[in-house]
Design a protein around this ligand. Sequence first.
Ligand code: NAD
Ligand code: DAU
Length: 357
Amino acid sequence: MTILVTGGAGFIGSNFVLDWLADLQESVVNLDKLTYSGNLKNLANLRCDPRHIFVRGDVGDRNLLAHVLDQHRPRAVINFAAESHVDRSISGPEVFINTNIVGSFCLLESVRSYWSGLPPADQTAFRFLHVSTDEVYGTLSKDAQPFAEHFRYEPNSPYSASKAASDHLVRAWHHTYGLPVLTTNCSNNYGPYHFPEKLIPLMIVNALSGKPLPVYGDGLQVRDWLYVKDHCAAIRRVLDAGRVGETYNIGGWNEKTNIEIVKTICALLDELRPKIDATSYAAQITYVTDRPGHDRRYAINARKIEQELGWRPAETFETGIRKTVQWYLDNSEWVEHVQNGSYRDWVSFQYGQEMVT
Ligand code: NAD
Ligand code: DAU
């Protein structure tokens, strides 16, 4: 048996593929465009593993999708592929529309065509799992209840609006065509292989290189942090036992202000990699102009997945953030690699195409 993962060279997707192949024998076809955030270094341990089949391609390429589906005949598709960074969506929304909306549409249509040609038992067993975000629900005031699955969609950024649109398409492909879909909406992930443009890895990497730690606005915005491996386990649980057509919110019950996160990282670095002059990394914290339209608070009510499917996060924030900081200290070569662009040269050489950035 085989599954098809899209975006499996990115942060969450690569953790998912690595964990899957560490635990299970089932092959993974990994279709990824290798944009600036997709990195085959994340999957270096699988280079000689015949269960991992990498295909460089775009979820918007329906010819390629038809070929890949026909050739590999997956029993499930897990869609991680997306443009994922809110700041980039503010400065350049178009690619978010193309990949997150049009790309998801193309993927749904290709999968629908493949699925409708399957024998009835395989059609029933098939799953299309769409990985989405808590940002589709908009922002919460300080004392509001955390996002539950029935909450209204109120996306505020070009990124979250594009993800909301894709969620609606997935829902419609189930209701209209009967495609057996599942949607997961999760909170902020952190952990290994996180591209250093997002808060946690950026702060670690900047701190170590003596750069400012840019905190947007007053730093009191709240995010609900989820260790990436817990997220991957939750996706597997939903894939195995989730009710078709349902959505599941996934979160770690770890609401923290941004400034708390940054100070925690500084304290961990002070302990694990003290500066020669014994000053704290916290001295590098710099308050900067706020993100336009910045959502104030996200928080996930994860009771549905806990009660229905018995999933619970294994990591607390304290254990997860320590592991994460240690991972970045142990993997400076990976950081250098994603920053200096040499992996892009390698990909161009390997695949004979210019990298899309
Ligand atoms: P990421 O940016 O690290 O990875 C995205 C991957 O998708 C990359 O490998 C990239 O090359 C690939 N990709 C982009 N455009 C593509 C296209 N047109 N065709 C094929 N592949 C393409 O993102 P991530 O943080 O790993 O997020 C994965 C998914 O999870 C996204 O759908 C994101 O919206 C969602 N999500 C992320 C978080 C988070 O905290 N990181 C939280 C909630 C939901
Ligand atoms: O909530 C889930 C979402 O979490 C995912 O859907 C997105 O793909 C993912 O990127 C993430 O979005 P955020 O915008 O919350 O993540 P980011 O790491 O960019 O920012 C986290 C918070 O930190 C946010 O309030 C903005 C703030 N921030 C971020 C950066 C990069 C700073 O204060 N300074 C920074 O330099």
